[in-house]
Ligand binder design. Structure first.
Ligand SMILES: [Zn+2]
Ligand SMILES: [Zn+2]
Length: 360
């Protein structure tokens, strides 16, 4: 099967023929039908997120089950599935405390052993345990969530990372209430999903902040009532002005940089909540004044994978889209072939796209 492989940090992807390892008893063999290209893949490629290589990246995918190990009981060949990049064990400390997204074993399979080899003998890890930048993959049963077979694959793929991360940050982590004021910094795929989550929650106003005008147009389509172009305006002052000088009840930072996190914290009202969704670098340090932290009485929290429980949330996102309550089509900027992956990364880095989707 063909896969776009990453052999070393900073390398371009090359499409190569790989041979999958044998299926274990709790493994599922999936023919990938579509995969989103997410910013976290870029962070692995450029070394921001440390990851052992060579590997096949891609963690936002959907496809069809084509084989199952002897002990698999929840899916069977022919099922349409969305893949979760954390495969919750359902038994660890965090799983038992309603935090399956923090499962202590959720990524064990990704690092345990290579999932495929090339003809020259090079062995490849499946990054995030999903490796959706390939025509086929092997994932643990726990990473598979069965969905309605009528649902289009390219939208289903987005459900697996960007959509649950954005919608989940608003609905699962922050529990935004009707009428709350919300600001979202960063309007890529995840940020636009957060804007849609705020619309779903009945927030008003919903203020979208970005430096790219086309993304702000998309943000309006996704439910933003106000937009702030941070390339020409001070976003903190603009959000304060739109919230009676107080700042927003909830602010979501979906960039993952210290300067935007500091701005997000500043535009959060006193006793409001600032949720950091963006995946930044371990070495990028965020600074607050000690007094500012106490006097503001704000909550600053991180949010992993939209605090999602894949088995609960993936089918729910599908139903909300089918009911017209979400607009996942708005997130798809372009459809590409696997061979166009390097250009999709360039476009993502340039901020040109919400999401590129590989359609196999
Ligand atoms: Zn992602
Ligand atoms: Zn667990």
């Amino acid at each position: 099967m063909k896969a776009a492989v990453l052999r070393g940090t900073g390398d371009a992807f090359t499409v190569e023929d790989l041979r999958l390892r044998a299926l274990g008893p709790r493994d599922v063999h999936v023919r990938v039908a579509a995969s989103g290209v997410c910013h976290s893949d870029l962070s692995i490629q450029d070394g921001t997120i440390p990851h052992p290589l060579p590997a096949v990246l891609g963690h936002e995918g959907a496809g069809v089950v084509i084989g199952t190990g002897a002990d698999v009981t929840t899916v069977e060949p022919g099922d349409h599935v969305v893949l979760a990049w954390v495969a919750p064990c359902r038994a660890c400390f965090f799983c038992l405390r309603d935090h399956p997204e923090l499962c202590e074993h959720g990524l064990d399979h990704a690092f345990a052993s290579p999932y495929a080899t090339a003809s020259d003998g090079t062995a490849f890890l499946a990054a995030f345990g999903t490796a959706t930048f390939g025509e086929e993959t092997i994932v643990p049963e726990r990473a598979c969530v069965k969905i309605d077979p009528e649902f289009p694959f390219e939208l289903a793929a987005l459900v697996g990372c960007g959509v649950v991360t954005g919608v989940g940050a608003v609905c699962n982590s922050a529990h935004v209430e009707p009428g709350a004021s919300v600001a979202v910094i960063g309007c890529g795929g995840v940020g636009l999903a957060a804007v849609q989550g705020a619309r779903l929650a009945g927030a008003a106003p919903i203020i979208a902040v970005d430096r790219v005008a086309s993304k702000l147009v998309l943000a309006r389509r996704c439910g933003a009532t106000d937009v702030v172009d941070a390339s020409g305006t001070d976003p903190v002052a603009a959000v304060r002005e739109l919230t009676a000088g107080r700042g927003a009840d909830h602010v979501f930072e979906v960039v993952g940089r210290s300067d935007t996190i500091e701005a997000a914290f500043e535009m959060t009202r006193r006793a409001g909540t600032c949720t950091v969704v963006g995946a930044g670098s371990f070495s990028d340090m965020v600074k607050f004044g000690a007094m500012q932290l106490m006097v503001g009485a704000k909550t600053l929290r991180g949010c992993v994978y939209g605090s999602t429980d894949p088995a609960r949330d993936f089918p729910e996102i599908v139903r909300l889209q089918q009911a017209g309550r979400l607009d996942l089509d708005a997130l798809v900027t372009r459809r590409i072939a696997l061979e166009e992956l390097n250009d999709a990364f360039r476009a993502m880095q340039a901020g040109e796209v919400a999401r590129s989707i590989i359609v196999y």
